[in-house]
Design a protein around this ligand. Structure first.
Ligand code: PMP
Ligand code: GLN
Length: 380
């Protein structure tokens, strides 16, 4: 068999979690909480898992009652017209499937897809599987803010899609209303679409708030907006997310979705629909995660790691130049094996594995986990 992705190895998240398990290291690498979903949500799932009539296929686009709740929540949170559950909302098997379905639906061989880099590891390979050409535009440390002149210069008549991710994995950078307005204006007279990966929408710190592509009219009309219940409800293993898009775009996503997974787990969707009206469960997240970010930063204050600004998501980037001159992959492996703390080397977020001497810590961990990790990291 001739591989379609010969240069692609196993995802860094699997690699580092496996190494962490092998060496008994504290896993601050792969992004997932070491605490459980709210009891009210787990309880709802337990109930629906044994409710007669909730055990067969859900409707292909998602349970109507879950789509209705997503619609209400979106309108309430972002002050935008409520997306139509019938024509503008598709429930997917995590944001991962939504990303894949959108890319498969819109990218044709030779189409260019603009990706701001560093970028989540699936974007490039998933674009290339459709015959698309990723065009990378750099985000520069320490702020990782987009340079819209560079974006403008990278746009061509072949640009089918621009991929956004805010709050940003791995840097935590967040896009502002002005950023979205600028991009909207750049794309105004083009046929270029936007895929806005907003899975960390509820994790924005220091009094800022998340701006959704839905809130910029020039973008909303051409955007697929993705979110993930895995992030919002500490339930990454449940693998439920969704895609919001105008009706013509949603129709294309569903053409693919129906042949990738067909539908998402029925009892899980019922449980999520039960808890979605409780806004406290997500409006408490900025405070919850800002506290963890600050605790971790305090714990590392006297260490030789230099922490970069972290405005959103649940990741902290750190420079380790005062500790080691190793490349970031070697350093991350050493840290996992010898120090007992697993991290992700940031070069994994670059298609050409650029090494900026940075590693990524996930701080979505219990305070005692962060303390135990910091105790190992402080004396390096
Ligand atoms: N996009 C980004 C930026 C992510 O960090 C993740 C989580 N790994 C995903 C998409 C995938 O989300 P899900 O777990 O819902 O598939
Ligand atoms: N989004 C998570 C991260 O960035 C990992 C998801 C995965 O393991 N595929 O760490």
């Amino acid at each position: 068999l001739v591989s379609k992705l010969p240069d692609v190895g196993t995802s860094i998240f699997s690699v580092m979690s496996q190494l962490a398990a092998e060496y008994g290291a504290i896993n601050l690498a792969q992004g997932f909480p070491d605490y459980d979903p709210p009891q009210v949500l787990s309880g709802a799932l337990a109930r629906h898992a044994t409710t007669p009539g909730h055990q067969q296929y859900a409707p292909m686009p998602g349970l109507p009652r879950l789509r209705e709740q997503i619609s209400r929540k979106t309108a309430l949170l972002y002050g935008v017209p409520a997306p139509d559950p019938d024509t503008e909302i598709t429930v997917t098997s995590g944001a991962t499937e939504a990303l894949y379905a959108v890319l498969a639906a819109v990218v044709r061989p030779g189409d260019e897809v603009l990706v701001l880099e560093p970028a989540y590891d699936l974007y490039g390979p998933a674009i290339r599987l459709q015959g698309g050409v990723p065009v990378y535009v750099p985000l520069c440390p320490p702020g990782f803010r987009p340079d819209w002149d560079l974006v403008a210069a990278a746009l061509t008549p072949r640009t089918r899609l621009v991929l956004l991710n805010s709050p940003h994995n791995p840097s935590g950078a967040v896009l502002t209303a002005a950023d979205l307005r600028t991009l909207g204006q750049l794309l105004e007279h083009s046929a270029t679409l936007v895929l806005s990966d907003e899975v960390y929408e509820h994790m924005v710190f220091d009094g800022q708030s998340h701006r959704s592509a839905l809130q910029e009219p020039l973008l909303a009309e051409r955007s697929f907006v993705l979110s993930s219940f895995g992030k919002t409800y500490h339930a990454t293993g449940w693998k439920v997310g969704y895609c919001l898009a105008p009706p013509l775009l949603t129709a294309e996503v569903r053409r693919v979705h129906q042949f990738v997974t067909f539908a998402v787990s029925t009892p899980t969707q019922h449980a999520l629909a039960d808890v979605l009206p409780d806004a406290e469960l997500y409006t408490s997240l900025p405070g919850f995660y800002q506290r963890k970010r600050d605790l971790f930063a305090d714990l590392l204050r006297d260490s030789r790691f230099e922490l970069l600004p972290a405005q959103g998501a649940y990741f902290q980037l750190a420079r380790y130049a005062q500790i080691s001159r190793q490349d970031d992959v070697t350093f991350a492996q050493w840290l996992t094996r010898e120090v007992g703390v697993a991290v992700v080397p940031v070069s994994a977020f670059y298609h050409d594995r650029q090494d900026h001497g940075l590693v990524r810590f996930c701080f979505a961990k219990r305070d005692e986990t962060l303390r135990a990790a910091a105790a190992r990291l402080r004396n390096l």
